[in-house]
Design a protein around this ligand. Sequence first.
Ligand code: BTN
Length: 295
Amino acid sequence: MMTVKLTQKKAAGQSDNGGSSRGMMRRVNALSLNPTAISARLTAQSIAIWQLVVKPVVTSTNDIVRDYDAKGEGHGVAVMAEEQTRGRGRRGRIWHSPAGANLYCSSGWHFSGPVEALSGLSLSVGAMVAEAAMEVCGADLQLKWPNDLYAGDQKVGGVLIEMLGARDNAQSAVIGIGLNVSMSADDGALIDRPWTDLATASGQDIDRNELASAVLNQLAEGLVQIDQQGCVPWLNLWRRRDYLKGRSIVIDGSPPVAGIAAGVSDSGALLIETESGRQEVSGGEASVLEMGALR
Ligand code: BTN
């Protein structure tokens, strides 16, 4: 039986322009990340699974999980940090990680089964994180292939999965999650694409400890389900929040692929209706073509 949990949305409070309050004043997160406060909201399943580690400053929370994995302690470690000095995103990008503003979280997981069964993992994790974030802040989030979280037309988070290879009949993975929570315009000034944060998107202050607990609870439930049932139930949830579907897009590459986005396959590939028929794209960056402009 599928047990993917659907969120009951709180009052949606998506901002009209995604930036009305951002930058006018700095939203301060009064509460630091606090292991006790995070643990207090964990489900019994989460408590049984996660070894929670909260650090003030790291290079990248993914690096810390890699260190745990190298010691044989990767499965079930969940690392959060107030700040990352070398936060990384997909395709070699920098993930801007100012102190005290956002959620930077990486988890270690050892999946049973073949690596091919995990081709939809990053989309599935995106769907889990969207569920958790919507539960906490009430904003209506969408998912942009392959693993961006969007509020309106602006990026609010992303997922970076690093596969560490097979060991003891298990696929070892680092699951990195970045969510903009309340970032000042100054802190986000170097981000080279439209972005927002959950506080702006929902119109309310966000308790990062509550958000962290919700993410860990959803991951615990979802990753166990993926081990048992594969990614398809989560891809079905992803499909309901597909930001690109029906839009005119182009995928970078040589040659670029242009057409109308038509959902995702059961392996997480993007389906595109092109002039020469339907194509499946497994990697690359999708840009929306609107009135001749790329977004
Ligand atoms: C992307 O959209 O490009 C993925 C961004 C992933 C960022 C998170 S923050 C926590 C973890 N540590 C990192 O260095 N990256 C991921």
